[in-house]
Design a protein around this ligand. Structure first.
Ligand code: ASP
Ligand code: MG
Length: 321
């Protein structure tokens, strides 16, 4: 089976979390062809994408050193995980790559401060770096665990329009590039570790797919690769029958149809956004929501409905008076 799977920011937020991810990917690769998509690292006190965006905005407001001040913290976040999980040889390869990336955006921030203007195109260059760092870290951690892996920037795969900050994919061009770049890796048993959130315009300029866009990246790649299933690894066992904060006896649902998922999302439940997974729904590719921190749990399967059923879940939108 070919499986494209995505790990969200908290699923890759610490060395322990990345260790879990390596275990999951290692197990999956034993049975399936696996493609991995990763978000930027989200530690409880350091959410990479938020920090990058805040520093870019501070630069535009005149604080040219804002990025250079946060860069060591971000480097440290990634390298602490690397020291924990990677072989010395991998650490030695990774560190200069991350340093170069942070030096580049620190310089860029100084220029932005001089110009006093941050275009959406320039902002994408900053905000997309978290995924680039993390794909390299996770590929290095996988290799150190004996799993052949290669970091791939989605700028090489996902072709988008030029709507910076909220770009739309062009599926035919994306399919061609993704086939050419990823199929040889997959066939050799190498796990591609692809950056979520980013793509590139036809002329090669980095774009982003909108905040939280890594789910979209995963769906796009699942669709163009014609995956048998697409798995979204999150911090919950799956979609719940109700909000557990309101309904204590809420439970995880085994199965939902695409339209039930869309309805739940429409009425405020915290599930995958329908627009995000449209490329998968159109091709009727089954989706699973699974828990990185409880991988034995089968999660919730979202697929075509098998039989008209009864109500599966309730959700509510709070209207304040
Ligand atoms: N890192 C990006 C964000 O925080 C994309 C994602 O997490 O899906 O918006
Ligand atoms: Mg994120």
């Amino acid at each position: 089976m070919r499986v494209v799977m995505k790990f969200g920011g908290t699923s890759v937020g610490s060395a322990d979390a990345v260790r879990q991810v390596c275990g999951i990917v290692g197990d999956a690769r034993g049975i399936h062809q696996a493609v991995v998509v990763v978000s930027a690292m989200n530690a409880p006190d350091l959410r990479t994408t938020d920090v990058l965006i805040a520093a870019a905005k501070a630069a535009a407001a005149g604080d040219g050193d804002a990025m250079a001040r946060v860069a060591p913290q971000l480097l440290d976040l990634h390298m602490r995980a690397a020291y924990d999980l990677c072989s010395p040889a991998e650490v030695e390869l990774l560190e200069p790559q991350l340093r170069t990336m942070f030096a580049y955006i620190s310089d860029l921030a100084r220029s932005i401060a001089v110009l006093g203007e941050l275009t959406p195109r320039a902002l994408d260059l900053f905000s997309g770096q978290g995924e680039r760092c993390n794909a390299r870290l996770i590929a290095a951690a996988l290799r150190s665990a004996g799993i052949p892996a290669e970091a791939v920037d989605a700028t090489e795969l996902i072709v988008t329009d030029e709507h910076y900050g909220n770009a739309a994919p062009q599926m035919d061009a994306t399919r061609q590039r993704t086939f050419a770049r990823l199929l040889p890796l997959i066939e050799q048993g190498v796990v591609p570790v692809v950056t979520g959130f980013i793509g590139a315009s036809h002329s090669g300029v980095l774009t982003t797919l909108g905040r939280g866009g890594s789910d979209y990246s995963c769906a796009i790649l699942g669709a163009v690769l014609n995956a048998d299933e697409v798995w979204f690894w999150k911090e919950v066992d799956g979609v719940m029958s109700a909000n557990p904060k309101v309904v204590p006896e809420a439970r995880t649902l085994d199965r939902l149809s695409y339209s039930e998922m869309a309805e739940l999302a429409y009425y405020g439940a915290n599930v995958l956004h329908p627009k995000t997974v449209l490329p998968l729904v159109q091709l009727r590719i089954p989706i699973r929501i699974r828990n990185t921190f409880n991988p034995q749990h089968p999660g919730t399967l979202i697929a075509e409905s098998i039989a008209p059923g009864t109500a599966k879940a309730v959700t509510a939108i709070k209207i304040s008076a």
